[in-house]
Design a protein around this ligand. Structure first.
Ligand code: SF4
Length: 312
C-alpha cells in the first residue's frame, strides 16, 4: 500500500497507463562549470553534471530515444514515453538552441511529454514561454532548488540564492508549466530542522511535484574532498528514513513525489554505500511510515486517512 503520491500514480491518474521517462543527453553545459559563474560547479557535481552518466554524448537525440524506446517497448508494448533532459542546465545557452531542442523532442516518435532539468537562474520569460508552447500533453520543468537557506547554497557553491529559486518556480507555474523542485537532505552544515524548513518553503511555492534526494558523495567532487578530510559525514540510512517520515506528512498529497531517494550513476559513488540500495530505501520508508501510521499529507491536506488513490 503506497503512502505517498508517486510519479507513477500521477501518470496513471492522468493517462491510465504507465509512462516511462527516457533520459536524453542534449550536450548541455552549466554556467556554474563553464566559468560564467564558476569553474568548480556545485560541491556535489561531477563531470556528468549531476546527470545520467549514460555516456551517450555524441549520439543525436533521436538515436538516443530510439535505443531506449526499443528496449522498453520490447518488455511492455503499452507503455508511453516522455523525454527527460537531466544532465547539466538544459535551458542555459542561446534561446535558439532550446527552441531547436524542443522542436526535435516534440517530433520524437511516440513521445507524449518532456521534462527539462535546469537551474533557477537559467530561466527567463522567453525560455519559459518556449517551454510552455511545446505541443505535448505533459511538460515538466525540473528545478534544482536544493535548499531554502542562502548560507547552505553558498556553502555548496550553487551560485544562486533561494529568492532566485522562488522567482523561477512562480514564473514557470504562471506560464502553465508543471514544476518539480529538487531538494537535498543531508547537505553540509544542515540538520533536520533546516531540511524540514526547506520542505515547508518548497510546498509554499506553486510546485506540482518534488524530488527528494539523500545527499551522496560522488567521486572526484568537492564533497568527496570534504569527506576525505573528515569535514563531511553523509546521513546514515536510518537517519534519512527518519527525516523522510518527518517531512512526508507535511507535503500536500496533490504534489507528486518524483523520487524520494538519490540515484547514483554506476561507478560514481564514494559514500555512503547504502545509497546504491534504491529499492531497499523505498521499502524502509514504506515500512517506517506504516509502523508510525503516517502518509504524505497527513499533517497537511489529508489528515483523516491515507488517500485510496495513492494506490497499492
Ligand atoms: S547546477 Fe547542476 S550541472 Fe551546474 S554545477 Fe550545479 S549540479 Fe553541476
Amino acid at each position: 500500500m503506497l503512502r505517498w503520491h508517486t510519479l507513477a500514480t500521477w501518470f496513471r491518474r492522468r493517462y491510465g497507463v504507465r509512462v516511462q521517462k527516457i533520459p536524453l543527453d542534449a550536450g548541455a553545459t552549466c554556467p556554474n562549470r563553464d566559468g560564467t559563474l564558476s569553474h568548480e560547479g556545485c560541491l556535489f557535481c561531477n563531470d556528468e553534471g549531476s546527470g545520467s552518466g549514460l555516456g551517450l554524448r555524441g549520439l543525436s537525440l533521436a538515436a538516443q530515444w530510439q535505443r531506449w524506446h526499443s528496449k522498453y517497448t520490447t518488455t511492455d508494448p503499452d507503455r508511453r514515453f516522455m523525454a527527460y533532459l537531466q544532465s547539466f542546465s538544459n535551458t542555459y545557452g542561446p534561446v535558439d538552441r532550446l527552441r531547436h531542442l524542443l522542436t526535435e523532442i516534440a517530433a520524437l516518435p511516440g513521445c507524449m511529454g518532456v521534462s527539462v532539468g535546469t537551474r533557477p537562474d537559467c530561466l527567463d520569460e522567453e525560455r519559459v514561454a518556449l517551454l510552455a508552447s511545446v505541443p505535448l500533453p505533459e511538460v515538466w520543468l525540473e528545478l534544482g532548488l536544493q535548499s531554502a537557506h542562502d548560507a547552505t547554497l553558498r556553502r555548496i557553491r550553487r551560485g544562486h540564492d533561494a529568492a532566485a529559486s522562488a522567482r523561477a518556480v512562480r514564473m514557470a507555474a504562471d506560464a502553465g508549466l508543471l514544476v518539480c523542485g529538487h531538494l537535498m537532505a543531508g547537505l553540509p552544515g544542515e540538520d533536520y530542522a533546516e531540511f524540514a524548513a526547506s520542505v515547508d518553503w518548497a510546498v509554499s511555492l506553486p510546485l506540482a511535484g518534488l524530488k527528494l534526494h539523500n545527499v551522496y558523495v560522488p567521486r572526484g567532487t568537492g564533497l568527496a574532498a570534504l569527506l576525505a578530510r573528515g569535514a563531511y559525514q553523509p546521513l546514515a540510512r536510518d537517519e534519512y528514513v527518519d527525516w523522510l517520515c518527518g517531512v512526508l506528512p507535511r507535503i500536500p498529497a496533490r504534489m507528486a513525489l518524483h523520487r524520494i531517494q538519490a540515484d547514483p550513476a554506476p561507478g560514481e559513488l564514494e559514500a555512503p554505500d547504502w545509497a546504491l540500495d534504491k529499492r531497499g530505501i523505498i521499502t524502509d520508508v514504506r515500512r517506517a511510515l506504516t509502523a508510525r501510521n503516517l502518509w504524505q499529507g497527513c499533517r497537511a491536506d489529508v489528515p483523516d486517512a491515507r488517500p485510496e488513490w495513492f494506490g497499492g
